[in-house]
Ligand binder design. Structure first.
Ligand SMILES: *Cc1c(COP(=O)(O)O)cnc(C)c1O
Length: 430
């Protein structure tokens, strides 16, 4: 498969280049040149296949020419090591739980697949691949856990001192092995600036094969299409299926669009956001107006300029009308989010995290006018990741799963630096 830049269809690169670069040199995002449609009869057989088996089929049809099948299946098996169960909440509403991975959020899928691919590319060259990530919390933990002990790779996570929660911090500062956590005396913006400087440093680039693992990397998107197939196959329904996707940078929703282009019979998508609703606004007005984000209780979705919107525009030939044919968009306030969490807890004894709750709200709103549908919302994080908000909203104390609690007992190890690049350079080169 070749990949082209959304800014220039003539700029085409291999999978290896697209993954190692992340962003195209013209600042475009990489897109697969074709999205191959799977044979119709395959969809009938999907309910009989395991999550891993169908993921491998999808991966092979996209990347079968880019790496040996044995490698691809190893990577897929490592990615899909945990389940993504569907939980029924009344008639025609299902939660697709994507939080059963090591860091309890769907980002584990993308991080693990990317780690597998980069590990494979690292094996083919002499230099170590160093992954630099600036994080305000969640991305760092998913990436660090995804790359833990992957030979030929080393991860350096930069984070702002005192600005991430204890549980988030413990998930990337206690791993050791090939993971280094760097505590920066500064803000998240300082961390991002330092990472950018590292990428401009020629001497550093000669010593290390530097790459980033941010959410625009096409390798993080591809595995996110797997669970649409899995969720759909477990519904076993003939009624039109709708997926509601709680969205921030719109990677998850874009992966759903890939699945649909591969032939998966998804009737419609709902782009569900918090008050940072630039995409729902675009769907209404045809105007895309990025703005600075506002803080909400679904903070992983506080994005004012969603990076994957460029991919969505590309898929729909920059036509608002075409996009509207497949996607509806709604934004919700924190009050509405909390109310939905309370209502679902009362009615079904089910605890949603604030992000999943936005997905639920979007689905219910769509179904009000489209009753004859089966709806799935993506539950993108375990509620214990947002324990304070969830406990306060439900007047309860929800349990912390063992795999999250385990991190709290481990010892934090970090390299402390001021907020300048020189110190980071020093610790990268030694
Ligand atoms: C990152 C994240 C999202 C948003 O996903 P996008 O692919 O950026 O739209 C939603 N929920 C949670 C819990 C997240 O961590």
């Amino acid at each position: 498969m070749k990949f082209y830049s959304t800014n220039n269809p003539n700029h085409q690169v291999t999978l290896r280049e697209a993954v190692l670069r992340g962003l195209a040199p013209d600042n475009g995002l990489y897109m697969p040149l074709q999205i191959p449609e799977l044979p119709k009869k395959l969809f009938k057989a999907l309910p009989e296949l395991s999550f891993q088996e169908m993921s491998l089929l999808v991966a092979k049809s996209l990347l079968g020419d880019d790496l040996p099948e044995s490698q691809l299946s190893k990577i897929v098996e490592h990615t899909i090591e945990f389940d993504a169960p569907l939980v029924s909440l009344g008639e025609n509403v299902f939660s697709l739980e994507l939080f059963h991975g090591p860091t309890l959020a769907f980002k584990d899928f993308g991080a693990r697949f990317l780690a597998g691919l980069l590990g494979y590319f690292a094996e083919q060259q002499s230099r170590e691949v160093a992954i630099l990530v600036a994080t305000s919390g969640d991305t760092g933990s998913a990436v660090a856990n995804g790359f833990l002990n992957v030979p030929g790779t080393r991860v350096v996570v930069l984070y702002p001192k005192g600005k991430v929660s204890e549980i988030q911090e413990k998930q990337f500062t206690t791993l050791g092995s090939n993971i280094t956590a760097v505590e920066v005396a500064g803000t998240f913006d300082d961390c991002q600036r330092i990472v950018k400087q590292a990428f401009l440093d020629k001497a550093l680039q000669e010593k290390l094969f530097l790459t980033s693992a941010n959410s625009i990397n096409i390798a993080r998107l591809i595995p996110q299409s797997f669970y649409y197939f899995y969720g759909w196959s477990r519904l076993r329904t003939n009624v039109p299926v709708v997926f509601s996707v709680p969205s921030g940078n719109f990677g998850n929703l874009t992966a759903g669009l890939f699945a649909k282009r591969m032939g998966l019979p998804i009737h419609h998508f709902v782009a569900s956001t918090n008050i940072n609703d630039v995409v729902p606004s675009y769907l209404q007005s045809g105007l895309f107006e990025p703005r600075t984000s506002n803080a909400t209780i679904s903070n992983a979705m506080d994005v004012g300029n969603p990076s994957n919107f460029a991919r969505m525009l590309d898929l729909f030939g920059h036509s608002q009308q075409h996009m509207l044919g497949e996607i509806s968009g709604f934004g919700f306030s924190d009050e509405e989010t909390k109310h939905a969490m309370q209502q679902v807890h009362r009615e079904f004894d089910y605890v949603m995290d604030p992000h999943g709750a936005i997905g639920y709200l979007g689905l219910k709103k769509y179904q009000r006018d489209h009753a004859n549908t089966v709806g799935v919302f993506l539950e993108t994080a375990h509620p214990a990741k947002f324990k304070e908000t969830v406990d306060a909203t439900l007047s309860a104390s929800i349990a912390i799963p063992d795999r999250l609690a385990d991190f709290l007992h481990r010892e934090k190890k970090v390299v402390e630096i001021g907020n300048d690049f020189g110190e980071l350079r020093g610790c990268l080169i030694t």
